[in-house]
Design a protein around this ligand. Structure first.
Ligand code: PMP
Length: 424
């Protein structure tokens, strides 16, 4: 088959008996989420600079200390002194807001410097910053599709919602290849030899933590005359000698046409970007509504992101310390018989396989053990693969790791959750 299974959707239409009873539309959507145990509850958490991963949970009965085990601030850079100092100093010098879109008064020296830093990081001619990683994908892919008439968008089956939405908005034909499946990708490429096409994929997949064969996919795409667009959101700052991601680690930066990343995960701040040739970046800068018609990133956040990128370009200490803690958590989970997926990255999913049980486990961890891990349910993962997604940072101590695994073992035992096959 040339197309993998259809993508997961967050919202299904809910028709009701009276089409003008508007409240019903919203209530039915909420009732359905509750009925499937996937209604999301925000945990009211306050991070305290200098103390992460410890935090304060503003619980209904009063504030309580918790340890955060599910943050995407993978290296704790959101509280790094150089990053905080850059933000505070720039806010004091330049004020807080950007004051406009990039085209109308919102451009600022720190944002220009940030784009230079990002282009250098990825070894590309230029970079362009967006409000978030989500907007980077949505705005870039929808615009690329409009700029290349008849373009076939070839998308990995596990791609993130921001990619799916960007491709949908491009109006282009789409072919989905089975996740990380080079043979299936090649079949699609060879059936589209003479038409313009772009392969869109990620490097580290956020929910399983597995890694794409980036060099092989990019090489294959080249052989068939396809462009490549790589989402490195979960890899920038984390992999490669200067933290440029998996493409850098696999020596493939040169053969990937467009690299996309976030400033909000390993870099600990906010914003997203692409890095590519000067012409691609200039065209997207000039034509993408999601870039043109929105207020620019504030100078202070740009300066903070720049400080974080510079630090992780020159320092491997955080990455090394983090790998040590990831290995320690993984080993302790495996010894306790907890069903952890191990794909060799910093993302450690522990499978629960049921939405209600996953939520019950997360609630018990928080309320009884002071451990915060958000349950991951459909549509973020397929039904039946619900999980707790654990992300150890270099700042988690050995004592916190011990407390985590003890708490998980207690919760698994009390709720009767599945252990690794062969364990009781
Ligand atoms: N791409 C992927 C693969 C993601 O997982 C995410 C967010 N989790 C994004 C893009 C969006 O990044 P941001 O959070 O910076 O909007």
């Amino acid at each position: 088959p040339l197309t993998a299974p259809a993508s997961r959707r967050a919202i299904e239409p809910q028709p009701g008996p009276d089409p003008l009873a508007y409240g019903g539309y919203f209530q039915r959507a909420l009732d359905r989420l509750h009925g499937e145990s996937r209604y999301r509850v925000f945990v009211d958490i306050e991070r305290v600079a200098g103390r992460f991963p410890e935090a304060i949970w503003h619980a209904p009965g009063g504030a309580r200390p918790v340890t955060v085990w599910c943050s995407n601030d993978y290296l704790g850079m959101g509280q790094h002194p150089a990053v905080v100092e850059a933000l505070v100093a720039t806010a004091q010098r330049n004020g807080v807001g950007a004051g406009g879109t990039r085209n109308i008064s919102g451009n600022s020296h720190p944002v220009v410097a940030l784009e230079g830093e990002l282009a250098d990081l990825h070894g590309k001619e230029a970079a362009l910053v967006f409000s978030s990683g989500y907007v980077s994908n949505q705005a870039s892919l929808s615009t690329i599709g409009r700029l290349i008439p008849g373009c076939l968008m070839i998308s990995d089956a596990d791609n993130h919602n921001s990619i799916i939405e960007g491709i949908r908005q491009s109006g282009c034909e789409k072919a989905i290849f089975c996740h990380n499946d080079l043979a299936h990708l090649e079949a699609i490429l060879s059936a589209a030899r003479d038409r313009p096409k772009i392969v869109v994929f990620e490097s580290v997949y956020s929910m399983d933590g597995d890694v794409a064969p980036v060099a092989a996919i990019a090489g294959l795409a080249r052989r068939y005359g396809a462009m490549t667009y790589l989402d490195e959101v979960h890899a920038v700052g984390m992999y490669g000698a200067r933290g440029a991601g998996i493409a850098e680690a696999q020596g493939a930066s040169d053969i990937v046409d467009i690299l996309e990343g976030t400033l909000a995960k390993a870099y600990g701040v906010i914003g997203g970007y692409i890095a590519a040739s000067a012409a691609i970046v200039d065209a997207i800068r000039s034509c993408a509504p999601g870039f043109i018609f929105t207020t620019a990133l504030p100078p202070a956040t740009a300066a903070a992101a720049c400080a974080s990128i510079r630090h992780l370009k020159g320092s491997d200490a955080e990455r090394r310390a983090q790998r040590g803690q990831v290995a320690a958590v993984k080993q302790a989970l495996a010894e306790a018989g907890l069903p952890v997926l191990d794909h060799g990255t910093h993302i450690l999913p522990v499978l629960v396989r049921d939405a209600g049980a996953c939520k019950a486990a997360a609630d018990r961890l928080l309320e009884r053990h002071g451990i915060y891990i958000q349950p991951i349910n459909y549509p973020t993962v397929p039904k039946g693969l619900e999980r707790l997604r654990i992300t150890p940072t270099p700042l988690h101590t050995d004592a916190q790791i011990g407390a985590l695994v003890e708490a998980l073992a207690e919760v698994w035992g009390t709720l009767g959750l599945p252990l690794t096959p062969g364990r009781v």
